[in-house]
Design a protein around this ligand. Structure first.
Ligand code: PBG
Ligand code: ZN
Length: 292
């Protein structure tokens, strides 16, 4: 599965310094974008949006004509890609946090859930095949499940970012998505890196709440968690090789220090060997081409 970025401020494709080979796209040219992806043998994308305006409540995330809603319907109308929609507020809030804040700068969990529910329904209405909440709020999967069912989207599955760690490997992503928190960090809602048992508990909660696919993120530094999840849960398991994992391989390869193709395939094989059914990676096209 390939992550893909759309920015409503762009008029042409834009490269990313910290992630060579990863572009952000304008809201047009869906045919060409989709055929470039499908031509390499990849059939699913995880869509992120970058809005032109941000506010305290991330209202661009649940706007009917929001950037991600437009990107989803554009891709669905011009291809048969499976379109998975990332659901979070951090790309849409002016403070960069994944939810709304109280007066002292702490995320208000339950108020955020209401906005996630609205966002999920708007993404499904735009044609998303799967909704992927990544904000790590407590109760997000059940809140979204209830909202989708009420709106008649009972058949739209949820891919839950279940075990998402408080990781330094998300750095390059935040450059692309312009979503670095303006103050503070995400330690309050993402998981501490050293705690293996909490990861299992978080996944179990998502399963109870109705997740259809569970996810571990990042992938490479957390392969023990991937293996735990594969052994302990029956649901399809996704693992996300995140931006920092990709950027490190790219940087070393560009210096001539490693063989990029071999390290790419070895890193993905390790994730597969640990038990992932679905791998989300910025290398999706290159890897799929090698496997064709
Ligand atoms: C938004 C989100 C992030 C990523 C996926 N969804 C960033 C974050 O939590 O800071 C990271 C993906 C990557 O680094 O490739 N909540
Ligand atoms: Zn977020």
């Amino acid at each position: 599965m390939l992550p893909i970025f759309f920015d409503e401020r762009l008029s042409e494709e834009k490269a990313t310094d910290s992630m060579p080979g990863v572009s952000t796209f304008p809201l047009k040219g869906y045919d060409g974008i989709a055929s470039g992806i499908q031509g390499s043998g990849v059939n699913s994308v995880l869509v992120f949006g970058v809005p032109s305006r941000k506010d305290a409540r991330g209202s661009g995330a649940y706007a009917k004509d929001g950037v991600v809603q437009k990107a989803i319907s554009g891709l669905k109308e011009s291809s048969d890609l499976l379109v998975i929609s990332d659901l979070c507020l951090c790309e849409y809030t002016d403070h960069g946090h994944c939810g709304v804040l109280d007066g002292s700068g702490r995320v208000k969990n339950d108020e955020t859930l209401e906005l996630y529910a609205k966002t999920a329904v708007s993404q499904a209405a735009a044609g998303a095949d799967i909704i992927a909440p990544s904000g790590m709020m407590d109760g997000q999967v059940s809140a979204i499940r209830i909202a989708l069912d009420d709106a008649g989207f009972e058949e739209v599955p949820i891919m839950a970012y279940s075990a998402k760690f408080f990781s330094a490997y998300y750095g390059p992503f935040r450059d692309v998505a312009c979503s670095a928190p303006g103050h503070g960090d995400r330690a309050g809602y993402q998981m501490p890196c050293g705690n293996r048992k909490e990861a299992v508990r978080e996944i179990a909660l998502d399963v109870e709440e109705g997740a259809d696919i569970i996810m571990v993120k990042p992938a490479g530094p957390y392969l023990d968690i991937v293996r735990d999840a594969a052994d302990m849960f029956d649901l399809p398991l996704a693992a996300y090789q995140v931006s920092g994992e990709y950027a490190m391989i790219k940087a070393a390869a560009r210096n001539g220090w490693i063989d990029e193709d071999r390290v790419m395939m070895e890193s993905l094989l390790g994730i597969k060997r640990a038990g992932a059914d679905i791998i989300i990676t910025y290398y999706a096209k290159e890897a799929a081409r090698k496997l064709m």
